[in-house]
Design a protein around this ligand. Structure first.
Ligand SMILES: *[C@@H]1O[C@H](CO)[C@@H](O)[C@H](O)[C@H]1NC(C)=O
Ligand SMILES: *[C@@H]1O[C@H](CO)[C@@H](O)[C@H](O)[C@H]1NC(C)=O
Ligand SMILES: *[C@@H]1O[C@H](CO)[C@@H](O)[C@H](O)[C@H]1NC(C)=O
Ligand SMILES: *[C@@H]1O[C@H](CO)[C@@H](O)[C@H](O)[C@H]1NC(C)=O
Length: 586
């Protein structure tokens, strides 16, 4: 049992003769003393170093004055921190490598680079097809100006092919952490890892590099460990009589009624007036997003004629079925998705129209949507900045926050730190997750590790697999993405982009038009079972205890002894404190 899992003592009393008031506290303290040595005991020893084969989630988003030591002691790399000077390292292309010392730290400098791909490299003995290679390094560029942050990329050359292993915008005068990885599609008896930067004028500084391969079995074990730690809780039920004596052989049935993890899909207005679709949806999902119905081009086709009628109906349907709705989106930074009339506005008219849109839609839904995509796809497009000035995004987020301070304002990517500095308090990161083919799970996990350091809620908001992939492989890849996302502790919700229309779906459908599962639908149904505690029952031990590992959510627990049954509801969450449930049966 990982030390972070907690024991939740729950006391059932099954006796007609227990005086309620007096026994309550006494029984609780006895239960704690007797049965549960883990409970609330201060951890006597520091955390053990990671076991062999375990995954290191360490990542940094700030630029540091000095690098930390290499993850996995460098893994399969030789001389990963340059303690043995240049041993194992050589120039890739035309450049000069040298060792430099700063304080007590030795690192490598690649200078006199003549082309983007010139940089430091190390030969690898072999690559194994399908292995998951996680890579990390500390980087700095010396020679650029202070404000530019040229991209430094890690690349693997093998069998004449170039495999991208990650990149980072490296800074001058402080160290930036690169985390990435790759999965080779072939075996190679030799390969080269090298670092490059498209700007040949900069020197590349490198330190504390690591390359650690994991097998599929190890990767899957990391996921299991992480799911257990971040999505479940160890629970101990304690069934005693009124004297505090454990009742042996009481029957326990554990049923999870709701799951805390938000998992859902996009829906479209096609769900309204379609009871089959509605039933199919509500029996699976606790979260929804509206594909287009809240977008500006849908709610204000003509300037000044605002209608939320369709979106309101969809929201009513969701509310009635306890389905959480993400707001999507207040504004979209892609110029082609503006309402037609917006394109012809002058800058000052656009400013007025923009503020009025934010005010209108966010006050209409204030208090009803726990999160809003505010300026959708702002890293890819800049419609509003181009017309209203470079500060437009910050102004838009600030205004949105004023109108609905309770909702979490989502960005769709990781250009988040400036927004935080700009004083946005409730910010979240929405990662769309439209995969074009086989997902690179090593890279995905590395990016999540890095984003996790920002300590903001992260959601996968529009997950699908491109339909150029056949439906069997769509399903396999979807399964991989869902499991990887669910196993990452920083991921707080997953929403699929699978709204069903008469013509099909954007890229991936879960069912056909008759709600018969397609392969991706089967994957979703299996995933839904795997994120819930199902079919759990047993009997108490001689001390009256029954323990289980439960996914976070609402439970109904029934305890039967001597033909007497009690049923209790109970919430199990990451922050659930120990609970005592007092039951008196007569
Ligand atoms: C039991 O605990 C409750 C609240 O924790 C307290 O109000 C009550 O006085 C306690 N009873 C006894 C008998 O200690
Ligand atoms: C390939 O490299 C790994 C380390 O990545 C090593 O454990 C393994 O023995 C090597 N296999 C061969 C055939 O060289
Ligand atoms: C690649 O190498 C591994 C062992 O290193 C071996 O099990 C596997 O069959 C090889 N794959 C191919 C396609 O040769
Ligand atoms: C169960 O029932 C039997 C017979 O009715 C009784 O003797 C016994 O005390 C009961 N046990 C408990 C734990 O209530």
């Amino acid at each position: 049992m990982p030390s972070s899992s907690l024991v939740l003592p729950i006391l059932f009393q099954l006796s007609a003769f227990c005086p309620l008031e007096t026994d309550f506290n006494a029984s609780f303290s006895r239960a704690v003393e007797r049965g549960h040595p883990h409970h609330r005991k201060p951890d006597p020893s520091p955390p053990a170093p990671p076991e062999h084969g375990s995954y290191d989630q360490t990542a940094f988003s700030e630029c540091l004055a000095a690098p930390t030591s290499p993850l996995y002691n460098g893994g399969v790399l030789k001389n990963p921190a340059f303690d043995a000077d240049l041993l194992g390292w050589s120039p890739f292309g035309g450049c000069t490598l040298k060792i430099q010392v700063q304080g007590r730290n030795k690192f490598l400098v690649a200078t006199n680079r003549n082309a983007g791909f010139h940089g430091p490299s190390q030969a690898l003995a072999n690559l194994t097809q399908g292995s998951k290679y996680t890579l990390s390094a500390w980087l700095q560029v010396n020679g650029g100006s202070d404000d530019t942050a040229p991209l430094v990329k890690a690349t693997i050359k093998a069998n004449g092919q170039y495999i991208s292993a990650g990149s980072v915008a490296a800074r001058n005068k402080c160290w930036t952490f690169l985390k990435g990885g790759f999965i080779p599609e072939f075996n190679a008896s030799s390969a080269t890892l090298y670092f490059e930067s498209s700007d040949p004028k900069v020197d590349i500084w490198l330190d504390s590099v690591s390359l650690q391969p994991f097998s599929d079995e190890e990767w899957s074990k990391h996921q299991d460990i992480s799911i257990k730690k971040s999505r479940t809780r160890s629970v101990t039920l304690s069934v005693t009589d009124c004297k505090g004596h454990g009742i042996h052989n009481a029957d326990i049935q554990v049923e999870q009624i709701t799951g805390d993890f938000p998992f859902g899909s996009a829906i479209a207005s096609t769900i309204l007036d379609n009871p089959t679709y509605q039933k199919w949806f509500v029996t699976r999902f606790n979260t929804a997003v509206f594909e287009n119905e809240m977008k500006w081009y849908s709610t204000e086709r003509q300037q000044g004629k605002v209608s939320y009628e369709t979106a309101d109906k969809m929201l009513d349907f969701c509310k009635a079925n306890n389905i959480l709705v993400r707001g999507h989106n207040v504004l979209w930074n892609d110029p082609q998705y503006q309402p037609g009339w917006v394109k012809d506005l002058s800058a000052s008219e656009l400013r007025t129209a923009t503020m009025s849109r934010i005010e209108s839609v966010m006050s209409h839904y204030a208090g009803k949507l726990p999160q809003w995509d505010v300026l959708n796809e702002m890293l890819h497009f800049n419609f509003f900045e181009s017309k209203l000035g470079s500060n437009a995004a910050v102004e838009i987020y600030k205004f949105a926050q004023e109108i609905d301070p309770e909702t979490t304002l989502f960005l769709n990517d990781f250009n988040v730190i400036e927004m935080k500095a700009a004083g946005i308090k409730k910010l979240g990161i929405g990662l769309e997750g439209h995969f074009s083919g086989k997902p690179n799970l090593v890279y995905m996990r590395a990016v999540l590790d890095k984003l996790a350091t920002l300590e903001l809620p992260i959601w996968l908001t529009e997950v699908d697999i491109m339909n150029s992939v056949d439906s069997e492989n769509q399903a396999i890849y979807l399964q991989q993405v869902l499991r990887e996302a669910f196993s990452h502790p920083a991921v707080k919700g997953i929403v699929l982009w699978t709204a069903l229309h008469p013509y099909g779906c954007y890229r991936m459908c879960l069912t056909d038009q008759n709600f018969k599962n397609l392969p991706a639908g089967n994957i979703v149904d299996v995933f839904l079972k795997n994120i819930r505690t199902v079919g759990l029952s047993g009997t108490t031990d001689h001390e009256g205890s029954f323990s289980f590992q439960g996914f976070h959510g609402e439970y109904e627990i029934s305890v039967t002894h001597n033909r007497t049954s009690v049923i209790k509801r109970l919430a199990i969450g990451p922050d659930t404190d120990s609970q005592t449930i007092h039951v008196l049966v007569s």
